[in-house]
Design a protein around this ligand. Structure first.
Ligand code: NDP
Length: 503
């Protein structure tokens, strides 16, 4: 049973049809003695509209699909727990972190980003790594990726960027021209592109990859002091990757291999786990940093901002039903708990709106009543948020639908940050133009890759095999783009691309 299934929802008292010996019924519970007998006129005549058994089942079948997520459509998920291993109460006052050894139920969903629901798990693509923590102060969603940076830092570019990674509006094919045209025209993408085209762009499984907050968050302690924070979930299984060729082969032979791997390992009791770390900066340190902490295209170098362990995330239970828990899971960076806040990172700010907006569209306005999304704190008590489609939790009964002064309503207090960031200035257009500095951190990565067997070589090879399908003028811009990371990389890509697609 999922943690959310323990909620006092009337839904959960209905076990009809879930166990052996139940009587087969149609959707209003009426017993059906012969499920496969359609009503018709005479032995071979037309069917009757009054045959509710048939109409009921066909009409429900026609509505089985809910809107697919525009991004992160293909995913796998599991329940588990988070355990505090080290004290970080000097950084964060969140109740689920207040005691070493304290455990919190979680649900994690992994995903690819660009492909449709049936697409191959081995696609070269970032992986989503989203975890819902069912805490005593409500649900905390950490909606991360397996890469520590992203392609953009201006959220208005997001729909443009995603469209270029998906299908051409006319051919309905993946399009290497628009893929690379976008990336080289927006060089702040270079860091993420370098990671994506390294072998980490094709993880060997969801178990064998890390999760990163990417964004900077603001966490505060109970004394009202706050830090900027980056979070890392480092795989205890190690980072294992596929080569470009292995990934291509798997896309044909077993496109669902990552789903199979996660499900089977959990089923076999081989529970995957991740050790959780933070990096922190004070506001003063952030002002002195050689990059903006609000820039999603930058990492915080480990040597300057050391990693500090605080917990372990373990996945130990497969969902009983994929649609109920994985397809209906609704994560949102705006689902947070006291002492954990978003920073001013513009992409994070836009995600605070966009995720919930998606869930209202995909699942309806009462999506937090769906068991996997429902806080374990019991029924949400929010007397003015009532009604709406698919309200199934009793709708707070006769309780007044406003803050009625005659009712006793409790408000939980927690110490707010007093020494907050102060922002002021005119409303103005947001320009954050790319400069040559975009290539510094990817260059550092290129140096790191020299320590891995074939690390640098595979990066060049993986780009060349992809860009060889693009137009020559776009290929030339790609060579220039990677030459700015390192001249050797640009030259290697050019050499192999021209061999694969001679001019
Ligand atoms: P360090 O020299 O301290 O460590 C290098 C890090 O590179 C490793 O810890 C590992 O991250 C990561 N790494 C190894 N192979 C790959 C790969 N194929 N793709 C992506 N990351 C890989 O690093 P710095 O902190 O000085 O950063 C150097 C570069 O490493 C960065 O420019 C960035 O591209 C990359 N990186 C940095 C991270 C950070 O938070 N500082 C996080 C991840 C990558 P891990 O330990 O997380 O597995």
């Amino acid at each position: 049973m999922s943690p959310a299934s323990t909620n006092p929802s009337p839904l959960n008292t209905n076990t009809q049809g879930t166990e052996g010996g139940k009587i087969f019924t149609n959707s209003n519970g009426c017993p059906i003695p012969e499920p496969f007998a359609t009503q018709r006129v005479g032995k071979f005549g037309p069917l009757l509209l009054q045959d509710f058994n048939l109409i009921d089942s066909l009409a429900h079948f026609d509505r089985e699909r809910i809107p697919e997520r525009v991004v992160h459509a293909k995913g796998s998920g599991a329940f588990g727990e988070f355990e505090v291993t080290d004290d970080i109460t000097d950084v964060c006052g969140a109740s689920f972190l207040d005691t070493i050894g304290k455990k919190t139920k979680v649900f994690t969903r992994f995903s690819t980003v660009g492909g449709e629901s049936g697409s191959a798990d081995s696609a070269r693509d970032p992986r989503g790594f989203a975890t819902k923590f069912y805490t005593e102060d409500g649900n905390l969603d950490l909606v991360y990726n397996n890469t520590p940076v992203f392609f953009i830092r201006d959220p208005s570019k997001f729909p443009h960027f995603i469209h270029t990674q998906k299908r051409n509006p006319q051919t309905h094919l993946k399009d290497p021209n628009m893929f690379w045209d976008y990336l080289v025209s927006n060089p702040e993408s270079a860091h993420q592109v370098a990671i994506l085209f390294s072998d980490r762009g094709t993880p060997a499984s969801y178990r064998e990859m890390n999760g990163y907050s990417g964004h900077t968050y603001k966490w505060s302690n109970k004394q009202g002091e706050w830090h900027y924070v980056q979070v890392h979930f480092i795989s205890d299984q190690g980072n294992k990757t596929l080569t470009n060729e292995e990934a291509g082969e798997l896309a044909g032979s077993n496109p669902d291999f990552a789903q199979e791997d996660l499900f089977q390992n959990i089923e076999d009791g081989n529970f995957p786990s991740w050790t959780c770390y933070i990096q922190t900066m004070t506001q003063e340190e952030a002002k002195k940093a050689p990059f903006s902490v609000f820039d999603l295209t930058k990492v915080w170098p480990h040597s300057d901002y050391p990693m500090r362990k605080f917990g372990k995330l373990t996945l130990n239970k497969n969902p009983a039903n994929y649609f109920a828990d994985v397809e209906q899971a609704a994560f949102a960076p705006s689902h947070t708990v006291p002492y954990m806040e978003p920073s001013a990172d513009p992409v994070l700010q836009s995600r605070l709106f966009s995720y919930n907006d998606t869930h209202r569209h995909r699942l309806g306005t009462n999506y937090t009543q769906i068991p996997v999304n429902c806080p374990i704190t019991g029924k949400v008590f929010n007397p003015h948020m009532r009604d709406g489609a698919m309200n199934v939790d009793g709708n707070l009964g006769a309780f007044p639908n406003y803050l009625d002064s005659t009712k006793e309503i409790n408000f939980k207090e927690f110490s707010l940050q007093e020494d907050q960031e102060v922002w002021e200035g005119a409303a103005c257009p947001f320009h954050w133009k790319a400069t040559e500095s975009e290539f510094e951190q990817p260059r550092r990565l290129y140096e790191v890759l020299a320590k891995y067997p074939n690390g640098q070589k595979n990066l060049g090879h993986n780009v060349a095999t992809h860009v060889s399908a693009a137009r020559p003028d776009i290929q030339d811009r790609v060579f220039e783009y990677f030459s700015k990371i390192h001249p050797d990389l640009g030259a290697a890509i050019k050499k192999e691309t021209l061999k694969l697609s001679p001019r």
